[in-house]
Design a protein around this ligand. Structure first.
Ligand SMILES: NC(=O)C1=CN([C@@H]2O[C@H](COP(=O)(O)OP(=O)(O)OC[C@H]3O[C@@H](n4cnc5c(N)ncnc54)[C@H](OP(=O)(O)O)[C@@H]3O)[C@@H](O)[C@H]2O)C=CC1
Ligand SMILES: CC(=O)N[C@@H](CCC(=O)OP(=O)(O)O)C(=O)O
Length: 345
């Protein structure tokens, strides 16, 4: 396949290049930037020597669509909503990494993102690409909305219990932490070194844009699902997300039953690894990889379940899941180009 990457100078774009340059079925046709066209990809990211000589091109959607079988838009929310309809109209397929095509309800999108909603017809055709729980055949999909990083970690952690209607979804509390690369390459007063280093911050309290995305999927899975409590924290590390999820337990629950349920639910899912009872994952154990590691613990004192899930925000939370979705779109084994171990330490 010939693929193009728009937003190639950002962290998500750079990770797409890293993954795709070693994918056996992919040729990176072109990389695009709105502000740095004319320079080379390696000028932005010298570690990507494998694509040395590749000039960043401007964003001309008809030309990109003409030459590429698939376009990745690794662009900010509000930018993707403009670019993607043009690319689709010009006849190519798209995987969008932003939040623009994830929410079915345009009013919710405008309320949480504070931006104009995307074209309704294009939105209607978008498939939400939480790869392990897709109920659509992606080989026919024209547009895949790649899930957000936090929703990926939280929903993979919750799916077996919610989909089997084993818990009351209204008791769910998701306590989440992320590394700073989640905020993209440009430093802000929240993310620059002196603000973030040696510090732990809670942010976007009760207003995180991933809240309606998590709730939308939970409501698809359970008619009882309503609002969730979701908190987000910035941790002084580069990559990684950990979600610690709490929910009331049904009668007769044990940790053994939870581990067995999750192992059964994910037995065909290479990228979701269920930990043995009494062991808990850390973000470094999935660093740079497309894995999501999940642990379960039942607390009989409180009758609550604790689920811990970790991902690399830039891989399973962004570029890796996008490549997994690309593999599904083109009928390839979903592991192709992604079955490498995490980097440790
Ligand atoms: N970082 C993460 O962990 C995750 C990110 N995402 C989402 O993926 C997308 C990319 O994120 P990330 O790579 O981290 O962000 P970055 O800020 O690192 O990169 C954003 C990219 O978008 C391009 N861009 C900015 N403005 C415009 C514009 N007006 N028109 C065209 N291109 C533009 C920038 O490049 P240039 O100025 O050169 O055009 C840059 O390449 C975002 O929507 C983000 O929310 C999703 C999951 C996780
Ligand atoms: C640290 C940090 O700021 N992380 C970002 C991650 C979200 C993101 O990447 O945006 P999408 O909505 O496109 O998924 C945040 O919390 O908003």
């Amino acid at each position: 396949m010939n693929v193009a990457i728009i937003g190639a100078t950002g962290y998500g774009g750079a990770e797409l290049i890293r993954l795709l340059q070693q994918h056996p079925d992919v040729t990176i046709q072109s990389c695009h930037s709105s502000s740095q066209h004319g320079s080379e990809t390696v000028d932005s990211y010298p570690h990507l020597q494998a694509v040395a000589g590749m000039e960043l091109k401007p964003i001309v959607t008809e030309e990109i669509a003409r030459d590429a079988d698939l376009v990745f838009t690794a662009t900010p929310s509000g930018v993707s909503s403009e670019l993607v309809p043009e690319l689709i109209k010009a006849g190519t397929r798209v995987i969008d990494l932003s939040g623009d095509f994830r929410l079915n309800d345009t009013e919710q999108y405008e309320a949480w993102y504070n931006k104009k909603a995307p074209n309704a017809a294009v939105l209607d055709n978008a498939v939400y690409g939480l790869t392990e729980w897709l109920d659509t055949d992606l080989t026919k999909a024209q547009l895949v909305a790649n899930p957000g990083c936090y929703p990926t970690a939280a929903l993979l952690g919750l799916a077996p219990l919610v989909k089997r209607q084993l818990i009351d979804p209204n008791t769910i509390i998701i306590d989440a932490k992320t590394g700073v690369s989640g905020a993209g390459r440009n430093a802000t007063t929240v993310t620059h070194f002196t603000e973030m280093n040696d510090n732990l911050k809670i942010y976007k309290v009760h207003e995180h844009q991933h809240t309606p995305e998590i709730e939308q999927v939970l409501s698809d899975w359970s008619s009882h699902a309503g609002a969730v409590t979701f908190s987000t924290h910035l941790v002084p590390m580069t990559r990684g997300i950990m979600t610690t999820i709490y929910t009331d337990a049904p009668e007769g629950m044990t940790t053994e039953k939870l581990v067995a349920l999750y192992k059964e639910s994910y037995k065909d899912c290479y990228f979701v690894r269920i930990r043995e009872q009494g062991t808990y994952p850390s973000t470094k154990e999935v660093y740079g990889s497309n894995f999501c590691d999940v642990s379960l613990a039942y607390d009989e004192r409180t009758n609550r379940i604790m689920i811990v899930s970790v991902i690399d925000n830039l891989v399973k939370g962004a570029a890796g899941q996008a490549v997994q979705n690309m593999n599904r779109m083109f009928g390839l084994d979903e592991k192709t180009g992604l079955a490498f171990a995490p980097v440790y330490p």
